[in-house]
Design a protein around this ligand. Structure first.
Ligand code: NAD
Length: 501
């Protein structure tokens, strides 16, 4: 990211965008812009507005007006129709959106293609819920009352997303919140602002009323802060780091807004002695080296039974040494660059400190500057102990910390020995053990003999420093509703005004 004043590329070479507010494209209030950079070749490629507090006011006002106006009057059937129309448009444009996402964050095209294809799936699934948000009739202990509930939209949502999977993580919020009847102001990461703006073009084309979807871009955190603190925002849906998540929850609580937090992780992959090692190697690679380890569910701690440690590590290291690093747009590439310079520095720092703390590098262990982009080699660390920083803190890079266990209870203790609780993998051919360990591990998502699989109808989320609330799954719509109880007096008789009940 650079500001306009430091930009060296002429504006004509860049794709330019404006903010999307109240159904219109507008320049930012300040008139400032900044450029977003392709992490593979380091070139700025798109110019986006630098929003400010005035833009936040405009967007929240638009979202509030839509909530209280046309969108608020729509039935679930009408919202579902619009959502399905958008799903069709996104299916049509999935390839183009994948290219843009890869240019913005350097993620493999094979990964972003799968993610953009899935956007329609999320919309269609939640469109199917929009017209089924049924309240209940509650049996009364008094014969003169009819009591029923309604699930009403919580109001304007602030959706704040990170740079690693910008469109997917945004859709995980949009689909349920629209199904619930809410409106939204979106703040993408400063590093990856483009695809939210591209999504706005398609939301517009689908015919959503003005103000239902608004996008504010900004290179720093000021717009996100102002948005969360805005009294018109009734709920924040945030995906990002635990450090920012805490600040967001505090700021939202100041004005009694709710918050849904999807934060980081330090997920364990437990491999038992009876595991199919070839399958496990494949799943371990998927867990930590896919997406260059820049995924919240990265299986960054490998916990292996002592009897198979050497053999597993030998097979794993052999495969990791053949991982093809390169242009994320090339279909044969298996690992792309990290998404930004700051992330590269973070990953290097973690590995360097681990080595000083006594860990050994089995594979990788350094950046790869001769490739040109922000590459860090896929890295396996041995001689890691559970209390080391690399076994406790999220790195968000292609670094696997490996440790040994002797029995099932120890494996579970080690898996649960961090502040996080997002995901875990269990590798065993013993079905009883698979279930037992899946129950005992503190994680919102456990895969047995698999890793990193998600679906719109399956709840996703964590506990502890991994956040609270659930995205996806039928109940996630309720994250965006408030339940109202309605009492209808049926007899017409006057009651004692000084008695409760
Ligand atoms: P981040 O927390 O730095 O930023 C996330 C977003 O918050 C960005 O849009 C940023 O501009 C905004 N922001 C920053 N400070 C803010 C503030 N004070 N108020 C309001 N908004 C603010 O995270 P990141 O570096 O972009 O992403 C990486 C993190 O995201 C990792 O910790 C990762 O584990 C987490 N993540 C979690 C999930 C999940 O579903 N649990 C998924 C992907 C990423």
């Amino acid at each position: 990211m650079t500001t306009e004043t430091t930009t060296t590329v002429s504006p004509v070479e860049l794709t330019s965008y404006e903010l999307y507010v109240d159904g219109s494209w507008i320049p930012s209030h300040s008139g400032q812009t900044y450029d977003t950079t392709n992490p593979f070749d380091g070139t700025p490629w798109a110019r986006v507005p630098e929003g400010d507090d005035v833009d936040v006011d405009r967007a929240v006002a638009a979202a509030t007006a839509a909530q209280e106006g046309e969108w608020g009057s729509f039935t679930g059937f009408e919202r579902a129709t619009l959502m399905r129309r958008l799903a069709t448009i996104l299916e049509r444009d999935a390839g183009e959106l994948a290219q843009l996402e890869t240019r913005d964050n350097g993620k493999l095209i094979r990964e972003t293609s799968a993610q953009t294809k899935a956007l329609a799936q999320w919309l269609n699934y939640f469109a199917g819920i929009a017209d089924k948000l049924e309240g209940e009739v509650i049996p009364s202990d008094r014969s003169n009352f009819l009591i029923y509930t309604r699930h009403e939209p919580v109001g304007v949502v602030a959706a704040i997303v990170p740079w690693n999977s910008p469109l997917s993580l945004l859709m995980w919020k949009l689909a349920p919140l629209w199904a619930a009847g809410c409106t939204v102001v979106v703040k993408p990461s400063g590093y990856t602002p483009v695809t939210a703006l591209e999504l706005a073009k398609r939301v517009h084309e689908a015919g959503f009323p003005a103000g239902v979807f608004n996008v504010l871009t900004s290179s720093g955190s000021s717009v996100g802060k102002a948005l969360v603190a805005h009294h018109g925002v009734k709920q924040v849906a945030f995906t990002g780091s635990p450090e920012v998540g805490v600040k967001i929850a505090q700021s939202a609580a100041e004005h009694f807004a709710r918050s849904l937090l999807e934060l980081g992780g330090k997920s364990a992959q437990i491999v038992f002695a009876d595991a199919d090692l070839d399958e496990a190697v494949n799943g371990l690679i998927a867990g930590i080296f896919a997406a260059s380890g820049q995924t919240c569910v990265a299986g960054s701690r490998l916990i292996v039974h002592r009897s198979i440690y050497d053999e597993l590590l030998k097979r794993l290291a052999a495969r990791v040494r053949t991982i093809k690093l390169g242009d994320p747009l090339a279909p044969e590439t298996e690992m792309g660059p990290l998404a930004n310079q700051a992330q590269l520095a973070t990953v290097s720092g973690f590995v360097d400190r681990a080595v000083s703390d006594g860990a050994s590098v089995l594979v990788g262990g350094k950046s790869d500057p001769e490739r040109g982009g922000l590459f860090y080699q896929p890295t396996i660390l041995t001689d890691v102990t559970p209390e080391m920083e690399v076994a406790q803190l999220e790195i968000f890079g292609p670094v696997l910390s490996t440790m040994v266990f002797d029995d099932e209870a120890e494996a579970i203790r080690m898996a649960n020995a961090t502040v996080f609780g997002l995901a875990a993998g269990v590798w065993t051919t013993d079905i009883r053990k698979g279930h037992r360990v899946a129950h005992a591990v503190r994680a919102g998502n456990v895969w047995v003999n698999s890793y990193r699989v998600v679906a719109p109808n399956v709840p996703f989320g964590g506990s502890g420093a991994s956040g609270w609330g659930r995205e996806s799954g039928i109940d996630s719509v309720k994250e965006y509703t408030v339940t109202k109880a309605i009492w209808i007096e049926l007899s017409g008789e006057t009651r004692d005004p000084f008695r409760l009940g």
